[in-house]
Design a protein around this ligand. Structure first.
Ligand code: ZN
Length: 139
């Protein structure tokens, strides 16, 4: 293997172990209030956007790795920033997936303009009054 590419790959493995505490993407996971919760569709759109970002970032990483293989003097300065951005996107995607699953399991108002979270035992939406679907019966 090209020594420049090998060095690059070593550096990637090195940063992999230190990339733990990346900041979230502005999502307030803990402070989620009923009624302010995002609609699952919006969460999915956001996740789709992030996946497109991941695709673009991976392509840029690939281009840098190939450039280092093709030309040992090629700059690899952007690589660490790209990898950190990828870590952050992946964490946010995982977080969105968790939120989507939570929302899918929770009962919400069927009125699409409201979509407020329902408390257990509620028959009507506390915000708009729309009748709620029956709670899932336990079997
Ligand atoms: Zn409602």
């Amino acid at each position: 293997m090209d020594p420049k590419v090998k060095e690059l790959l070593d550096r990637i493995r090195e940063t992999a172990s230190t990339a733990g505490g990346v900041a979230y993407y502005g999502l307030d996971v803990a402070g989620k209030k009923a009624g302010e919760v995002w609609d699952v569709t919006k969460l999915r759109w956001k996740r789709t956007d992030l996946k497109a970002d991941v695709y673009r970032l991976c392509r840029e990483v690939g281009e840098i790795v190939y450039a280092a293989h093709a030309n040992p003097d090629a700059s690899t300065d952007k690589l660490d920033g790209l990898l950190a951005a990828l870590d952050e996107k992946h964490e946010t995607i995982a977080d969105l997936t968790r939120q989507i699953e939570e929302r899918r399991q929770a009962r919400v108002c069927p009125n699409r303009d409201c979509a407020a979270a329902a408390a257990p035992g509620d028959a009507f939406c506390r915000r708009c009054g729309t009748p709620l679907r029956a709670e899932k019966e336990e079997d």
